[in-house]
Design a protein around this ligand. Structure first.
Ligand code: ADP
Ligand code: KDG
Length: 319
C-alpha cells in the first residue's frame, strides 16, 4: 500500500516576475497544493499517490508527466475529455506582493466525485492528506473529501487536514461550514495561525486566541494540531497535553508561495518515519525553508540526502 494518498486540483501555472502585460515573460509550471505535497514526499523517498482529474489537453498531459517524472504515483488519476485542465496566473505585482488569478470553475478537476476515488481508497494508504482547497472546488469534490475522510478514519489511516484557506475560492464562513463536519475524522490538523478561526467557527463571533482555538480543536477530537507561523516557525500540541514550538530556519526569502505545502510534506515525512513531534516540526520547517528560499512551489524541494543543505553557511559553494 501507499504511504500517502492525496487528491485535488493541479493546474497549469504561469508565473510572471511583474504585472501581467503584453509580451511579459512568464515561467510555466504546474501548481496545486496536493501535488506539491506529493512531490515533496516522493523526493524524500515516500510512496505518494496523487489522484485527481485533468482535461484531455496539453496542460493535463504536462501535469501527469511531471508528476510521474517526480516519482508520484498517478495510477489513480483520471482524464476528462469534456472539461479543460484548470489554470492559474501568478503576478509578482511588486517585490513583496504576489497576486493569484484562477481559471478553475468548470475545470476537469472540479468534476471530481466519490466514485473517482474509490479505487485509490480500496488500494489503501497509511496516511490520507486532505486540503480545504479541494473542498472549495464544488459539491462533488467536497463529497469526495467527506467520503475519503470517513473511509480512512474507519480503516485506521492517519487523516491529515491542511486548512489551506483560499479567499479567492470561498469565504471563511463557507469554508467553516464545509470543514467543521470533517473534524471528527481528522487525526492531524495543520493550519496557519490566521486560518484557525475558519476551523473553530469563530470567524462570526469574537475571534479567539490561538490557545483557545487549539483547545477547541483538541476538544473536537483532533489528535494533533500543528500551527504554521510563517517566518516565526511552527507550534505543536496534542490531546495528551504535550506542546512544542520550533523556530523557522533563517534563509533568504525568494518566493513564499508553496511554503505551507512543503511544510506539510515535511511533517508527513516525519510521521511516516516515526519521528517524535519536535523532530517532525524540524523536518516540516526545513522543507518550508527550502520552499521560501527557492523559486516555484515545489521545484526547490530537497531529496533526502539534501535535508542538511540549509545548515551550510550563506554563500557556500559545494564543490
Ligand atoms: P502558508 O504558506 O501556508 O501561509 P506559512 O507562511 O506559515 O504557511 O509558512 C509555512 C512554513 O514555511 C512555516 O511554518 C516555516 O516553517 C516556513 N517559512 C515560512 N516563511 C519562512 C521564512 N521567511 N523563513 C524561513 N521559513 C519560513
Ligand atoms: O499552496 C500553493 C498553492 O496555492 C498553489 O500551488 C495553487 O493549489 C493552489 C491554490 O489553490 O492556490
Amino acid at each position: 500500500a501507499a504511504d500517502v494518498l492525496t487528491f485535488g486540483e493541479t493546474m497549469l501555472a504561469a508565473q510572471l516576475p511583474g504585472p501581467l502585460a503584453v509580451g511579459a515573460e512568464a515561467r510555466t509550471t504546474i501548481a496545486g497544493a496536493e501535488s506539491n505535497v506529493a512531490i515533496g514526499l516522493a523526493r524524500l523517498g515516500h510512496r505518494a499517490v496523487w489522484a485527481g482529474l485533468v482535461g484531455d489537453d496539453e496542460p493535463g498531459r504536462l501535469i501527469l508527466r511531471t508528476l510521474r517524472g517526480e516519482g508520484v504515483d498517478t495510477s489513480h488519476a483520471g482524464v476528462r475529455p469534456e472539461a479543460p485542465t484548470g489554470g492559474m496566473l501568478r503576478e509578482r505585482r511588486v517585490a513583496d506582493l504576489v497576486r493569484v488569478h484562477y481559471w478553475r470553475r468548470h475545470s476537469a478537476a472540479s468534476l471530481l466525485a466519490p466514485p473517482d476515488l474509490a479505487p485509490a481508497l480500496r488500494a489503501g494508504a497509511r496516511v490520507l492528506h486532505l486540503t480545504g482547497i479541494t473542498c472549495a472546488l464544488g459539491t462533488g469534490p467536497l463529497e469526495a473529501v467527506r467520503d475519503a475522510a470517513a473511509h480512512a478514519h474507519a480503516h485506521g489511516w492517519t487523516v491529515v487536514l491542511d486548512v489551506n484557506h483560499r479567499h479567492r475560492l470561498w469565504t471563511g464562513e463557507e469554508a467553516g461550514r464545509a470543514l467543521l463536519p470533517l473534524l471528527e475524522h481528522v487525526t492531524v490538523l495543520i493550519a496557519s495561525d490566521d486560518e484557525l478561526p475558519v476551523v473553530t467557527g469563530a470567524f462570526a463571533e469574537r475571534p479567539r486566541g490561538e490557545e483557545a482555538a487549539v483547545d477547541a480543536l483538541l476538544a473536537a477530537g483532533v489528535r494533533e494540531v500543528v500551527v504554521k507561523r510563517g517566518g516565526e516557525g511552527a507550534a505543536f500540541r496534542d490531546g495528551d497535553g504535550s506542546r512544542h514550538t520550533v523556530p523557522a530556519l533563517r534563509v533568504p526569502v525568494r518566493d513564499t508561495v508553496g511554503a505551507g505545502d512543503a511544510f506539510c510534506a515535511g511533517y508527513l515525512s516525519g510521521l511516516l518515519d516515526g519521528l517524535p513531534p519536535e523532530r517532525r516540526l524540524d523536518r516540516a520547517n526545513t522543507l518550508g525553508a527550502f520552499a521560501v528560499a527557492s523559486d516555484g512551489d515545489w521545484e526547490g524541494l530537497p531529496r533526502r540526502d539534501e535535508l542538511g543543505l540549509l545548515t551550510a553557511a550563506p554563500g557556500t559553494t559545494i564543490r
